[in-house]
Write a protein that binds this ligand. Sequence first.
Ligand SMILES: [Zn+2]
Length: 510
Amino acid sequence: MKFAAFAILVLCVFLNPLSAQTLKADLIVINAKIRTMDAAKPLAEAVAIKQNKIVAIGKSAEIKNLAGAETKIIDAQGKLLIPGFNDSHVHFFAVGNAFFRVELQNVSLPLEIAAKLKGNLRFVPKGQWILGGNWNQEKWKDKTLPTKELLDAVAPDNPVFLYHSNPQIVLVNSLALKLAKIDKNTKEIADGEIVRDASGEPTGILKGKAVELVKAIAPNLSRIDKSAVLEAASNYAASLGITTIQDVHSDDNFAVLQEMERRGVLKNRVYECVSLYDLKKIELAGLRRVSDKKLVRSGCLKGFSEGDREESAELYGLIANADKANAQVLMHAIGAEANDLVLSLFERVAKTNGSRNRRFRIEHAHNFRDHDLQRFAETQTIASMQPFLFFGADGNDAERFRAVADANVSLAFGSDASMKSFSPFDGIYAAIYRGKAGKPKFTVEEAVRAYTFGSAYAEFQENVKGTLAVGKLADFVILSDDIFVINPNAIVNTKVLTTVMDGKIVYQKK
Ligand SMILES: [Zn+2]
């Protein structure tokens, strides 16, 4: 009897292991070269995802066993897989806005217009207007005026409105004509011309007063669709392998981002910061940090100092109040004076408000005095730096990263896009650049760590993301090249093959 019961138990476990049954993964990546950035288990080949979390990580042969009939399997074919990038300093709206405009002043071939448009439209939602211009066919070899077909080939689903360098002339596509109800039968208007072909069909060129017919329905600055702009920014971020952005711009896009999350068009997590100078928002920010299960979080307030001592009393009050409200304070500081002033304010606030896990941040933390590095460590202030921002300029930060890391100060990396390139590969390249003197700067490992774990720590999220381990969020990227071993000069050419955020594939290279 005892034996029979034992045998049945063994048989059950063998035939129908309960753990494997409940653990059928939704998504599995096999044959990858995984760098987890987790010291406990730094390397692996395969990872299994259930819903939005990592449920197993290890060898391909083991992880394959977690596949069921419904499981999606990605064969990474030996490519590098790392945690998704977390950009700790982005002006997200500005990143998106750039795609809604094309600058054509230096275009020397009509096909360049099409190429530029096509590049922008990779990220812009259908139906949204593309504006811009400054083209002039007099600079081209073929000096005939372009036609709507040039635009239609690449922009069938977005209305396009492009000024000539003479604003009395505009080129529009077929969709823009249709929306403006301009066709073969439209009558000519006084002081204007709808340029037509031999059959009377509008060519897409409008002159004089006829420009107004389309201009009247095109959006202007006061009618910008915020969610479309942020959607473009989010699409772009996903294509760069960025699974979290920390929006340090002062405009409050929290509600718009939440609505995008509900519609399923938000492809990155967002830590949405608002201005330190708005006291009401301080209360809001404090309350909002509770939404950790959502893609959009808040609780951070951004201020600004140029080192002006006369402002210090006011700034102290703002920072102290924000800190009391349990909000995280981020202060922009560039230069010795500004960093010194902000550090002294942080020191005073910490002393007055008492100890807590506050994680003050200095944004840029550029060109602080060497001896102030110790004060970052003492106040546990995070240096939120952007490797590519000052790259090539005087006071290039690359050497500083080494000093910050060696002083055991928390370092988060970001881009300062749209001011500078949004690409984390440009950032990594700048961080490891040794310059002519060949001084020791940063390793790729350290740069990636600052861009993943470091940035997650800077937003209180290191326990849920920033490394790849069982139980953590499924935010990762598969890259075209192994940036840890290739020639450092080639890092900037790295392409993202796949981006997974919250367990979903949000980008795949075509
Ligand atoms: Zn900035």
